[in-house]
Design a protein around this ligand. Structure first.
Ligand code: URA
Length: 298
């Protein structure tokens, strides 16, 4: 949160952003102030067909909808809206390792949501190649991840490793993170306010890594990244154009960045019959990235 922002201006700005969200406008960019020092937030509605409207986030959203951009998930929390829009320490840092480190430092010993007092051992930030072309996003740390401080290191992680290997790449080649960085007690689904509080940091990680494809693992990741509510059967099987909230939608380097949805590995452990479907999703991603499955003896 920039300290120069007058509280009244901050409130007004948050109101304006909320108003835009209710209009179905989610992409914003900074414009230099014309007169005094206050920042102006301008909605980028250059391509309204690509902007999701409020109704599209309702239950009845259906597969035939056009490709959607990522949106600011926060709707009710002013602080979150402003955190996404505010300039960040890593913004002009070109080395992604240093940039990710700055985000980690900004996160600190986070107490922004209630998960910090519900038994988390540590924050699970994310792991992998800071220049990865492929990024996986899960739901939130489980017990093993909470203990080891790394995403997807338990049984679901072993399956994810196998899925990555089947794509002809290694775990070290990709970047892996979660919607929330602290373990929800009893592995419950992270709640909306927890996701909204945490996701600005994930968006910043995505903006730094700049993968060509983000794969959302499971419905929680998909719904949060896309800010839409639809069953997995409708979310899977296609690419979505994706720009992380807070990134400039006019930045041409985001062109071609895609998001795909597949089943969460923990779900596949419970229902292995769906592995074939997940493999179809991964094959779609492989084709886009030009990846070939390893030869039998590799
Ligand atoms: N499940 C997740 O969603 N994330 C992890 O890191 C581990 C299990």
């Amino acid at each position: 949160m920039p300290s120069f922002l007058d509280p009244d201006l901050r409130r007004a700005l948050a109101e304006r952003v909320r108003y835009c969200h209710e209009m179905g406008i989610y992409d914003f960019y900074w414009r230099e102030p014309r007169t005094n020092a206050s920042a102006t937030v301008q909605a980028d509605a250059d391509d309204p067909a690509l902007l999701p409207s409020q109704e599209l986030r309702d239950e009845e959203l259906r597969e035939e909808m056009p490709a959607k951009r990522s949106v600011v998930v926060a709707k009710d929390a002013n602080e979150n809206i402003l955190r996404v829009l505010a300039p960040h320490a890593e913004q002009n840092v070109t080395d992604p390792i240093a940039a990710l480190q700055l985000i980690r430092e900004d996160l600190g010993e986070c107490v922004r949501c209630k998960l910090h007092q519900q038994g988390r051992k540590q924050i699970v930030f994310g792991v992998g190649n800071p220049r990865a072309e492929l990024m996986f996003v899960g739901e939130g740390p489980g017990a093993d991840e909470d203990t080891q401080g790394e995403p997807f290191v338990g049984r679901a992680g072993q399956l994810l490793n196998n899925m990555i290997k089947a794509m002809g790449i290694r775990r070290e080649d990709v970047y892996i993170a979660n919607i929330v960085k602290c373990r929800p007690p009893g592995n419950r689904t992270p709640e909306r306010d927890e996701c909204e509080t945490c996701s600005p940091f994930l968006m910043r990680q995505i903006a730094v890594v700049k993968p060509k494809v983000v794969v959302a693992l499971g419905a929680v990741a998909a719904k949060n990244l896309l800010a839409i509510n639809a069953p997995m059967s409708e979310l899977r099987g296609r690419f979505y154009d994706f720009i992380p909230a807070g990134a400039q939608s006019s930045d041409p380097s985001w062109q071609g960045t895609k998001l795909a949805v597949t089943y969460h590995p923990a779900f596949l452990l419970r229902d292995p019959r769906q592995k074939g479907e997940a493999w179809k999703d991964l094959q779609m991603v492989m084709k886009y990235l030009g990846l070939k499955p390893p030869k039998k003896d590799e």
